[in-house]
Design a protein around this ligand. Sequence first.
Ligand SMILES: Nc1nc2c(ncn2[C@@H]2O[C@H](COP(=O)(O)OP(=O)(O)OP(=O)(O)O)[C@@H](O)[C@H]2O)c(=O)[nH]1
Ligand SMILES: [Mg+2]
Length: 476
Amino acid sequence: MKFLKWNQLAHVGEQALGQALGHVNVLAGRVMEGTLRLGVTGLRRSGKTVFVTSLIDNLIRGGRLPFMDVIAANRFLAARLRAGPDRTSPRFSYEKYLAALTASPPHWPAATTGVSQLRLALRFLPTSPLRRSIQPMATLNLDVIDYPGEWLMDLPMLNQSYRDWSTHTLELTEHQPRRQLGARWLHWLSTVTPDLRPDESLAREGAALYTDYLHACRRSQSNLSLVQPGRFIEPGELAGTPLLTFCPLPPGNGEPRAHSLWGLMNERFEAYKSMVVRRFFVEHFARLDRQIVLVDVLGMLNAGPAALYDMRMALTACLEAFHHGRGGWLSRLTGHQIDRVLFAATKADHVAASQHTNMRNLLDMLVSEARNAIRFEGATVDTLALAAVKCTETVTTEHQGRKLACIQGTPLGRQRATVLFPGSIPDGPDLFPENVSQPYRFLDFEPPAGVGRDGRGLPNIRLDQALNFLLGDHLA
Ligand SMILES: Nc1nc2c(ncn2[C@@H]2O[C@H](COP(=O)(O)OP(=O)(O)OP(=O)(O)O)[C@@H](O)[C@H]2O)c(=O)[nH]1
Ligand SMILES: [Mg+2]
């Protein structure tokens, strides 16, 4: 039998590809199948949807993953989209997101408002000639899900009581900028006591003011990440339901009466945990095999020290829940474990290539606590800087006799490409010098006009390295 080579697939029409794969199906009895669940984890706007779109596009259309072993060794046959394993979740709209990125003018996908999933069947030739003589081809089913980053922040709540959560949230709100952002809600809190009767309109009032405070945290210049509960910001199908009608209350001394405002809020908090959070995470996160954690470090540097500190706390709290190696409490429910975790600094195309090592080192430093905890539990961890969709080129210019590594691209909201010096990333821990008020201004970029139209997969930086680490051993 003659196999189609990966680079040949780019040139065959869709019909021919369908026929080729149909022919392969004849041998279905001799195709070994495996499944790998990849958890794409990241706070809001970290780049999850764009990453999943580019991953699918590059595996389906091929051509821009040169250092992925299975492709470099010409063992990759083709990839095909399949329905996701969970029949109740919508399919990830790969075609819609790709259409947005390749439109004229191109644009980024909108922020995600609900969960979606997808299965990608990767067909390849196994490495060992012996295995190939028994099974000429193998298929790896790669399952991925996409969801609003806000929902990730619900994870730490699963392990907290209403009392713990209230105490912790109120402690956080004592510090600026939160104290000022939450001034109206804090004032409301000063007018109620936990022992008041369980009045529905009072609960609604508190929840509405608390929700305004969360929106203010999100919109603020500090771009705060630790914003809970996630559905208060991105409610999905739960908008307006009583499940979202609670807020933290000061616990006071002693046990408040059950028939009280506290009792009502406590009940709703527990209902939110079991009916929304637990269900979502058990369905989609508890049985992950591999995990990529996407972090927008440049966005955090732009937003300043409060944002960076907050992001670190938020990520550490979320990652504690996953089952890495033998630890983690989320998967105690299922006994499944993640054995490889990749931390990736996203949007590496926002800086010149010479900055990528510093970008990676910075991420390494920011996630050091979580990374060490995961390693301790026995999972393999790596860190890299990547761009799922490369929107700029590194160019060298001269300024006052000095060579400067600049980038060329179209800044977000502009029409024309320009060459600019994006700034540099420090190579040490001193990120925010005291005498400089806003040391970083990394810009966002538009997707380049005509991107992806050559049918070769979206241009990227190190997507192949990321996939090698995450899937490589399952494609051998
Ligand atoms: N230049 C560049 N920008 C990127 C890249 N990935 C993401 N972005 C930018 O980051 C924004 C957010 O990316 P998304 O993939 O939508 O982020 P998300 O994590 O899915 O966000 P939520 O759906 O809100 O959780 C995009 O609109 C782009 O502006 C990349 O590889 N390169
Ligand atoms: Mg998204």
